[in-house]
Design a protein around this ligand. Structure first.
Ligand SMILES: *[C@@H]1O[C@H](CO)[C@@H](O)[C@H](O)[C@H]1NC(C)=O
Ligand SMILES: *[C@@H]1O[C@H](CO)[C@@H](O)[C@H](O)[C@H]1NC(C)=O
Ligand SMILES: [Zn+2]
Length: 995
């Protein structure tokens, strides 16, 4: 059909204004070429590099060089850097520098990957952005301004805050509930100003664009405009032919293309308030033959522009920056959105994407362990480099070890990585990268320890079986906790660095029957070490008078069958510490209740493992898979009987509950006894639970359900990325109500009534839901299979037969108490002291506090040391100077005296009467233990901006005073070493120390 032919039809449909009436400005269409390149999904990074990624950058650089008007946006920095460092020629690099400088090749988002927003932790999100941004700034002197979070499965409201802090001017998301998106389209509300935090001032708001139903791709996928065809593996194609290549644009075919584009544009125009239309051009794995793409599209666009008045619009190639600059110039008063997120995400009535909150639970755990190890390694290394006068290890080597793990942790934040939505061999790749990175950092830590505490030759002879334990506290607070060492023999003597005996408790290891777990009570100041010596006692205690660890006493309780009603609670066993009495019910061997001493309240609480059953036959109805959760009905108990053991000792009492059908489920609950008072508050106020779950039967989704007497009205609270809490009232839907009431839990969730709150803390992501009053359930593991052809061909069925060992901390108490302890406890769980064991070799332990004086780093309780590291960037903090260096083509040296410090205020404005106050910190005195602070520069979140030079676009709003948060003004950059940090603020600094 000729273009003229369809215009009147669209006019009748009211889809456009007639060109002769001219009451509206002419539509301007911004065609933004892009390729969506998953950093691991169906193929590994290397496979993707070979099949298409390398050709994307090779051919895009060529195509853009040929024709001035062409543009491209580059997203995933892991790929770009692999190409830049390993493939790109001198000529290509020079061209890229020119294209970037002219704004024709634009880096958007700029992270190593396009991170998932539901199951990732804020620290890891910042890390992966920082890694990419550091590289881009170092190499090109540019700083990404626009985000491109178009594929993550739901959008978190942490993201707008982070992106604002990173200096972004606009934020693009796409996957939100289908019904909400429809409503936003109808009401022209796809664009708004988002204030992601209720505590932060308007400084942290960001203009947000939700892609319409056509998303970043085409629907249906192969409808036009893809002249590349589909990438083939292992590829690339030898004859340049690929499947599904679009027919070329010719005189004959051009009307079809212009018709299609016009129809799409007019459709889109009806959903937006401005006459500027964003038309993302690309999809997964495209532009590996960019010249072909552009050559065809050039013709389509030239044709339309030559008849623009008849089409009613013009088209141009654009970057996202071009598009948003145009939108910014529009005189529109934008709607404001508050801090609510877009989770969970349903793509239609039957597809609730809440399964991935628990898919590949083992990888989710490993990803966070790696992140915690990196966190500890970064500050250990920084401390070491700043303080060691003659470093024994080469700092460049140390930096390399950290760098490797930074990359691996960044990579696994990808929206098909930590989400568990990849195929098994890609999962193996993530695990391998993480493991290699962790090994390197372990090696680094061992070297630092060796250098810190050189062996002293002692008077005693060699002591077989003797060990030194070095324990490092990576948090910037004093921590009192129990560490666990594995020893061969229960009769040991353990002494600290002053030679004094240390409280300890030994018991048979549950993992290694021949070994013993040695629980040791320790108190460690912030960023500091403790040293312990552990020796087998050769003689009995009576002879030497040396105290030995208490050997815990085990009591067995026989199996109890699952009951259907009848007498319970007739016979209770209490297990106590200073804060709680947990009552176990001997009629069932289940938990019965918890008495919380401080508020003197007994809360009935019982726990059991249950399973949702899933359909596996796509012909029988909707299935559950890596992405979606579609239970066939309500959850059913996953056991027939419970056996119980109680292992009692002076430091820790452990309740072991074995749930039987097959021995698939276990709960180890631990109550610790530490010192009284504030030092021991965190240790005392939680019940630690470790679970053993798996291998599951096929098509089961395993949960731990905790049912309490709290009157919660089915309201659940769960976190966004460990940063802020969201209120999650139970909602009824036509279909899929169970699944659509599932939410991600990255670090915490809670339920409460007027008097008490039960907080769950975790050190990995899970799914969480409250299906009944007083209940909270955590999805711990999933094992699924289905007979969908595509899933089978790609090996994407989540047949995960692993055993997982997640850990939760349960905090029960008044709202005041729990909101005080919640954040710090979450961090204490995430960042437990690092324990390093070393064999004794005819040496004695160093006396005093190690061979070198150490001074603690202690922050106020509401401020968290989010990172302390030496990034090793090669750019000057002075932008002008940095650009001059780049211009001269000089390669600067890594600055090892520049320390990256990031502080986070943990509390919301109204959370706690004391802890929610702004806090003033004198960095010079807080960091005294690391050296003498020479200067403090405040930087943007990812380090690339001097905050006093960062100017973000402002947007006019419909209710500029409506949803403001606390009204606190943005803090001015520090003039000296004193900084004041307001609730929920995240502040990033470069600190320079005296040589
Ligand atoms: C979805 O809900 C509608 C209305 O309640 C119902 O008729 C239909 O059977 C449901 N579909 C499924 C698959 O449960
Ligand atoms: C940055 O460097 C330039 C050029 O060397 C200099 O003129 C300018 O004063 C410096 N700016 C700051 C804030 O130090
Ligand atoms: Zn993707």
């Amino acid at each position: 059909m000729e273009p003229r032919g369809w215009l009147p039809l669209l006019l009748q449909l009211g889809l456009m204004w007639p060109p002769w009436a001219q009451p509206e400005p002419q539509l301007r269409v911004f065609v933004v070429p892009h390729s969506h390149m998953d950093v691991g999904w169906l193929h590994t990074v290397q496979e993707n590099m070979q099949a298409y990624v390398t050709n994307v950058y090779n051919s895009v650089v060529e195509a853009l060089t040929l024709e001035k008007k062409r543009r491209f946006i580059a997203v995933e920095q892991e790929y770009f850097r692999l190409w830049w460092d390993g493939v790109a020629s001198h000529w290509q690099k020079r061209k890229v520098h020119q294209l970037v400088a002219k704004g024709r090749l634009e880096f958007v988002l700029g992270g190593q990957v396009m991170h998932d927003e539901a199951v990732t932790h804020i620290d890891d999100q910042i890390l992966q952005l920082t890694e990419g941004h550091g590289f881009l700034y170092e190499t090109f002197g540019v700083r990404p301004q626009i985000s491109w979070q178009v594929d993550p499965f739901g959008a978190s409201s942490t993201t707008p805050t982070l992106f604002a802090l990173a200096g972004f001017n606009a934020h693009v998301i796409s996957r939100i509930d289908y019904d909400l998106k429809e409503a936003m389209q109808d009401n022209r509300q796809l664009q708004f100003v988002w204030r992601g935090s209720r505590s932060l001032s308007a400084e942290q708001e960001i203009f947000t664009h939700v892609l319409d139903q056509f998303s970043y791709s085409k629907v249906p996928r192969y409808e036009g405009f893809n002249w590349d065809g589909e990438a083939i593996f292992p590829g690339p194609s030898l004859d340049g032919k690929y499947p599904s290549m679009e027919i070329p644009v010719t005189e004959d075919s051009i009307p079809d293309f212009t018709h299609l584009l016009g129809k799409r544009v007019l459709h889109k125009a009806s959903w937006f308030q401005t006459a500027h239309i964003l038309w993302p051009w690309g999809c997964d794995r495209q532009f590996f033959n960019a010249s072909l793409q552009f050559a065809n599209m050039d013709i389509v666009m030239d044709y339309i522009n030559s008849e623009a008045s008849e089409f009613g619009f013009s088209v141009e190639y654009a970057t996202l920056g071009d598009y948003f600059r145009a939108v910014h110039s529009d005189q529109v008063a934008w709607q404001v959105r508050d801090h609510r997120d877009f989770l969970p995400y349903s793509s239609d009535m039957h597809h609730a994407w809440t399964g991935f909150y628990a898919s590949r639970s083992g990888l989710k755990a490993l990803a966070r362990r790696a992140s915690s190890l990196l966190y500890a390694g970064e500050s250990m290394f920084t401390r070491y480099v700043l303080l060691a006068p003659h470093p024994y290890l080469d700092p460049a080597w140390g930096l390399q070890q950290l760098q490797q793990l930074r990359w691996a942790v960044s990579e696994v934040q990808h929206h098909d990585a930590i989400t568990g939505t990849h195929v098994p061999n890609v999962g193996d790749m993530f695990v391998e990268h993480l493991s290699t990175g962790m090994q390197g950092v372990h090696k680094l830590m061992a070297s630092i320890i060796q250098d810190r505490s050189p062996a002293h030759s002692g008077k005693r002879g060699p002591e077989p079986g003797g060990h030194f334990a070095v324990v490092y506290n990576p948090l910037a607070w004093t921590v009192t906790t129990i560490i666990t060492l594995t020893v061969d023999f229960p009769k040991v003597s353990i002494t600290d660095e002053s030679g004094l005996p240390v409280p300890a408790q030994a018991q048979r290891s549950k993992d290694m029957p021949s070994a013993y777990d040695l629980h040791v009570l320790t108190t460690i100041p912030g960023l500091s070490y403790r040293h312990y010596s552990i020796r087998p006692s050769r003689s009995s205690q009576e002879e030497t008078g040396e105290p030995e660890p208490f050997v815990a006493k085990t009591t067995q309780f026989g199996g109890r069958l699952r009951r259907y009603g009848g007498q319970v609670g007739g016979s209770l066993v209490p297990v106590k510490n200073g804060c709680y009495i947990v009552f176990m019910d001997l009629d069932t061997n289940l938990m019965h209740s918890v008495w919380e001493r401080q508020s003197n309240r007994k809360v009935y609480m019982t726990q059991q493992f249950m399973e949702y059953h899933a359909n596996s036959d796509v012909w029988q109805g909707p299935i559950s898979d890596n992405y979606v959760f579609t239970p066939s009905g309500t959850a059913e108990p996953a056991w027939e009987a419970v056996r119980m053991e109680i292992v009692e000792g002076p430091l820790v009492t452990e309740i072991r509950q074995y749930f039987y059908r097959l021995p698939t489920f276990t709960i180890y609950s631990r109550l610790a006894r530490g010192p009284q008072g504030s030092d021991g508050a965190l240790l005392c106020h939680h019940i630690e639970q470790e679970y053993q779950v798996g291998p599951l039967e096929l098509n089961r989704e395993a949960i731990l359900r905790t049912s309490t007497s709290l009157n919660t009205g089915r309201v659940l609270y769960s976190d966004n990325n460990g940063y802020q809490m969201q209120r999650r009232p139970y909602r009824n839907y036509k279909n899929n109500t169970i699944a659509r009431n599932y939410y991600p839990m990255v670090q915490s969730a809670f339920i409460q009534d007027r008097r008490s709150r039960l907080v769950l803390l975790s050190n990995q992501a899970h799914g969480v839901s409250s299906q009944r009053n007083g209940q909270v359930e955590v999805m711990l593991h999933r094992r699924l299979w289905n007979n969908d052809k595509w899933a089978l061909n790609n090996d994407l069925t989540l047949n995960d037969s692993s055993v997982v060992h997640p850990v939760l901390w349960l905090l029960l108490g008044s709202r005041t108490l729990t909101s005080d302890l919640h954040q710090r406890s979450g961090l204490a769980l995430q960042h437990q002291p690092v324990v390093m064991l070393r064999e004794m070799n005819g040496e004695i332990a160093p006396r005093g506090s190690g061979s070198r004086q150490q001074e603690a780093v202690t922050l106020p309780p509401s401020v968290h040391l989010q990172i302390l590291s030496i990034p090793g960037w090669k750019y000057s903090s002075n932008h002008t100077e940095h650009l001059q260096t780049l211009q001269k083509g000089h390669e600067a040296k890594a600055d090892l005296r520049r320390v990256l410090l990031r502080l986070q205020h943990l509390y919301e404005v109204d959370q706690d009467p004391v802890l929610s106050r702004p806090v003033t910190v004198n960095l010079q005195s807080v960091l005294r233990g690391l050296g003498s602070v020479v200067s403090v520069e405040e930087r943007s979140l990812t380090g690339t901006w001097d905050v006093s030079e960062m100017r973000r676009w402002t947007w006019s709003m419909r209710d500029p005073h409506g949803h403001r948060g606390s009204g606190t003004l943005p803090s001015p950059p520090p003039r000296g070493p004193e900084v004041t940090i307001y609730p929920k603020e995240i502040r990033t600094f470069f600190i320079h120390f005296q040589e």
